[in-house]
Every structure is written in structure tokens, then in C-alpha cells.
Ligand binder design. Sequence first.
Ligand code: BGC
Ligand code: NOJ
Length: 814
Amino acid sequence: MKYGHFDDEKREYVITQPDTPLPWINYLGCQSYFGIISNTAGGYSFYRDARLRRVTRYRYNNVPYDLGGRYIYLRDDESGEFWSPSWQPTRHNVEDYTCRHGLGYTVIGSRYNGIEARSNYFVPLDEDLEIWRLTVTNQRSHPASLSVFSSIEFCLWDANDDATNFQRNFSVGQVEIEDGVIYHKTEYRERRNHFAYFACSGHTEGFDTQREAFVGPYRGWDKPVAVERGRLSNSVAHGWAPIGVHHVKLELGPQETQEVIFLLGYHENPQEQKFDPPDSQTVNKKTVKPIIAKYLDPANVDSAFDRLRRYWDGLLAVCQVETPDLHTNRMVNVWNAYQCMATFNLSRSASFYESGIGRGLGFRDSNQDLLGFVQMVPVRARGRILDLAATQLPTGGAYHQYQPLTKRGNNDVGSNFNDDPHWLIIGVSAYLKETGDWSILDEPVPYDNAPGSEQPLYEHLRRSFQYTLDRLGPHGLPLIGRADWNDCLNLNCFSDTPGQSFQTTTNKDGKVAESVFIAALFVLAGRELAGIARRRGRIDEAQRYLAEVAKMEDTVRKYGWDGEWFLRAYDDFGRKVGSNECAEGKIFIETQGFCVLAGIGLDDGRAETALQSVSKHLATEHGIILQQPAYSKYYLELGEISSYPPGYKENAGIFCHNNPWVMIAETRVGNGDRAHDYYARINPSAREPISDLHRCEPYVYAQMIAGRDAPTHGEAKNSWLTGTAAWNYYAITQWILGIRPSFEGLEIRPVVPKGWRGFKATRMFRGATYHITVTRVGEGNQLALRVNGVPLEGAVVPPPVEGQREITVNVTLK
Ligand code: BGC
Ligand code: NOJ
């Protein structure tokens, strides 16, 4: 391929041309310390919260886009020539450039004038630091005298303030330097107990901590005056822009290799041990020095890296498949699962499209992310569920977002997105099915984090369901509130003033506009809740939920059906949205996918009809469009959806998040060919050959691909942090391949293409490994299962009995 290729064996994507259409990035860290790194070493780091604990500075929307990062410069001290092995920022004509994005690490390097240099960047498990392990080899036939310069720019912690409050910021920056380690301690004297440090294993010839001293006036990162000169000035930052730069000299004989380790980390001191001596203003470094010493030792770096690799091997082993389709295998076995970890960790906060400032963890988003994550680290999913539920309001409603550091609901955005509460039911149900850990339902959880308000998690779920019943509109459909899943369908907003937020401005009382999507979600969540209630012995309650579900289904049939597809909504005037009667926006994807996925229309042909309409009106070679025809002008009564030019984002873009709803819907009507075909259209690996059009990374999903109304149809945007990751993983593994945790065991019900002869899978589930072989003997979806050689009634393989570790399942499809 033009820009790179998959190394399936090593589970790496290898980029071989540095000027990719957009930065192709990776994440370092998967617990508390995180970094974003592009293929040219651009990006930044933060501790837990990309806004409040930003370790390094980053300027979004720069030119080039990903300028600023973890740069290393090499200088040939004989000729004075210098370059960067990661290509940026000097952009020399390097040879043999490669960037290997792996699971939690990235190796970038190249060769220039016979000097080969590669740097492995990663975050060790259970540590709040990143390692850059630089290896330099002299491939010349004569000795080389080289200088290595490391460089980072510190952020003054609050990334928003850092990018805006210059009258203060230019005067507050502070550092300390001790034994060649650079400590960044801005605001440590007052209200912070944390600092950052940048250390180096080599003998440091010098350092710089003031940006201006290193870069020089009217110069950029591509030509720092100090690198050109070959000497740093030991500058100590007072205000302005604290940076970290080390200078290490290397004398390399022919074919000799040497390595230098750099550490960049975050550290907190106990409040009463901030200073050393205690009455001074000097950072107490006793607590961090052992950590620094540990990771400057190459043997410890080796074992930390091995441990990281084994950790990922373990996580991915939970579900491995061998299907006839290479792209399915690649995404399921490695990259889609990997992306699900990123979305779980970061929700929609920090990527190259989310600035880390604007959005915390979304209630809706984080619950959905569980669908693709829960099988990997169930105990973290459990913690997340309890955090989310603790931000729920006593009404059953939810804060739309919360801040990762404080875990408090975000008042700026507030509540009233009327779909939100139901996603908690979906998330909890996925957790229960995966783990069988029913104890979570008894966990006391507060409302709005208020001490004393604790009630069992189960009660939270009941209130989630009730929330909608308390908010039904004129047709008996759920009122939409600020928005449902589609944040941009703002039926109560009526905003005519620039700068108002479509998500939080509400000019209508909200008693009229209704959402058919929430009705479908209510049906799905209600069925799950009934299943949970029944298994807790609350039979009457379960029946009541099912009765409400049946009533809602009826309402959808009466008022939510447009003849050939499901309607989308009613606006504030009670007029239809997503109907053949509309001039634009006649048909929407959300309700076609979600109604059928929830089981609506399966018994009366509506499901098939709706899906036929999707195929006819919305499906393109690049995926399924959100709605058609696109809105060609702004509609006050519809909101943000009509603010986007046709073909982008929610206005007739291909929203990759809800394409899997249609895939699942297709499996529900038994159409494996179409389900997998839709899956393949947006599969990033399958789109690798069209990278010049697609432009985003070929190893992860993007939120959106431009729809057919856009001049750039097929172009992806907003990669990485999107519900697309979890939903596609869920659709392919649980519905198309059909390996589906259920309350009673592991259900296996594949709906795969007719042309597949079968597939194999291993799935770890509740402590046992299921070895699954599916063999096609006919063209349909009829199943016969054998478990450890014995025929099984139905398709749910019971959970392992005590001591059982391996279970063999043979499935015949005909
Ligand atoms: C985007 C949505 C997003 C919303 C909330 C809108 O501008 O189009 O995709 O969910 O903002 O941040
Ligand atoms: C992105 C948001 O994160 C998600 O919650 C929403 O459902 C989609 N946009 C659609 O608007």
C-alpha cells in the first residue's frame, strides 16, 4: 500500500511514508497516564484528564497539523548537519523511515547519512510515565561524533488556561534542574502537589528549559538555534515557556549501536511532604527518584516492555477469530478491540479531533463503549458503571457528561438528553451477561454524587426506565428533550443567535417534540430490564416492564411508521421528521436500525421493508448515510443537523456509529450477506487501498465518512474516539459471528454470508475457553450445536461448571 501496511504477525501497523494524508496516530498508556503520538512523533501527554492535567503542550490545528511533540534531533558534530529521525520537525529526506504503531507503543525512526536512529515510545503498566528508548547505529565505515537533543514543551497543567491566559502564564512557569533531571513545577508553590519530570540516561552535556533560549528568536522547531550551534545554554525558565531539552554526545565506531533512555513523567507528593527541606520551596524529589532510577536502567525498560506486550496478548486472547475475511480477522483480533480500549479510557475527550478541553466522559458514550470493552477488563467496566450511575439524577435523568478527575456531573452541559438514562440499562446488562456478577445490582450508588442518597444500582435502572414513562408526548412517544442519540437533532432549540450551543439552548418547553428513536431504545432497554428483574425474582415487575414495552411497540406501529420505513421524530409543531411527506430528510438511518435491532417489526414485515428502504435510499459503497435527502438549508425547528453542509456529519454524512445498528438489524432478519457487506464497507482495513480518499488511519474507525452529497464522498474524519468502535465490535462478534454472552450462558448464533464455508473462534467466557468451530453445510441460518461432542438443545452453551476450563463447541449451519 502507498503509506504503509499491516504487520499482522507483530500486531503493528507500519507506516513507511511520513507524509500521510492526515496524522496517523496511536495512544500510549491505557490506565492513568496517556499520550497521543502521531507517525511523526507529534502529540502530547496528560495524566487522567486531558484538560486539567496536561503534561505537555500541544497546539491544535497547527501547520503542519501535528507539529509539536516528542522530538529528538541528531547532529553530526563533524559537519554540523542536524535532522530528526521522526522526520518532523526538520523534514529531511530521510531513508528507510518507518513508524510502527503497536499496542500501547510506537517505534519511529529512519536513516540519514549512514546513521540509523529509532525511538520506542511507551508507557509501562502501572506507572505514570513514558519511556523513549532511542537506539542509534552508525552504519558508516568510519567513526561518528553525534549529538542527541531531546525536546518537549511543558503545558502549565490546565490546557484551556494554558492556551488562553497569557497575561498570567508568561510569568508563572517554574522549573528545577537536578542531576540532569528537569522538573517542571509551575504552580507547585501554591495549590498543586504534582510536578512533571524529564530525565535522561546519558551523560548530559547541557540542558535548556526556556523555549526561547533553545529555539531562538523567530525560529521554529525545525531549526532550533541551540541544535544548529551544537550546544545548549543551560537556561532556567522563569515564566514564558518552560521546556525540557537534554544534550547527550555519542561517539560511535563503525556498526556500533548505543542507546539513550528518556523518561517523561508525572508525579504527586503527599501534601505534607511537598518540599524538601520542608520549610523550603524546593520540590521534594525523594519520592520520585527511585522511579526515575528504575526506568533509566535498560533491563527494567526491557521487562516493562515485555510486560506490556504480554498484557495485550492476554487482553486480545479473550476473543480471537479465524474467518474467510482477512479484514474481519484483523479488526476483531487486534485493532477494533484495541480501539475499544481507547474509547473506554478517553471517551470523547482527547484525540486529534477532540482537543481534550471540551468534553469529559459522556454518559451515553461511556455506556455504549462498554459493549466493546467489558469482555477485556470486566472489573474496570464495573467501576465505570458505578461512576456513571453516581452522576445520575434522582429523576432518573443523567448529566450528559462528567469530568474524569472529579467524577462530577458537568453543569455546563447539564441534563435532559432524554435517551441518556436508557444507556445505563444497556451497559449494565452487557456487564451482567459477560460476567454473571449479579452483586453489582446491590451496590449502593448515590444520585448526583450526593452523600446519603445511595440506593442499590438496581433502583437506578428502574428510574432510568421510569424517566421515559414520565415524559411521554402527544402521541405517547417519548419526548426528545435536548436531543436523543443524534445530538444534532435539536427539536426544542430554535436557535437563531450565532454562538449559542445547539446542545444546551432550549427555547421551547419540550412538551411536544417526540423521538421514535427513544421509543426503540426504550423497547430494547425495557426488555433487558425485564430480563434482569425476572432473574432477580421480581416477576410482577418484569411483567409490568414488558407490558410497557408492548404498549410502546404498539405506539411505534401506530405513530412511528411511515409506510416504507420508520419515522424519525415529531417536531415542536407536531410535524413529522423523517417522513416521505418531508421535503428533505425523508428517511433516517437511526430508527430503521434501532427499531429492528430492538425487535420492532420482526413479526409483521415492517423490519424487512424498513431495511429494504435503507438499502435503496441510504446505502452507498462507502457506508450507510444518516439521512436523505440532505438538508440544503438551515431549519430553525431542526437545529444543528441542518447547520452542516450536505454530506457531512449528522447532515447526511455516513455516521459509522449507527451503521452497525443496521448490520445487527440485518442479522435479525437473517440476512448475513447484507450484514457483512455493510460491515465491510466501513471496515478501515478494507479501505486501506483507498487511503488517499479515506485519509484517516486504516487501522481504526472514524466517526464519519463524507456522504454522497459531499464533494469529498468517501473521506473519513474524526478517527479513534467514537461509539463506532464498540458498536462495530459488538455487531461483528456478537451478531454476525453470533458469539453472544447472555444471562444464561454463551449463545452462539451466527448469521454469516452464504459464501462462507465456516469460521473458527476462541472466546474466553466466565473462566473457561470456548473453542468454537462453525461449519456451513447449507445456505441458511439453521443451527445445530454440539458441546464437547454432545448435541445441545438450542443455542445457549451453559457457563462452565466448577473446574471446567476448556469447552469445545461445534456448530453446523444449514
Ligand atoms: C457534533 C456531534 C456531537 C455534538 C456534541 C456536534 O457538533 O456534530 O457529533 O455529538 O456536537 O458535542
Ligand atoms: C457524537 C457523540 O459523542 C454521540 O454521543 C452522539 O450520539 C453522536 N455524536 C451523534 O450525534
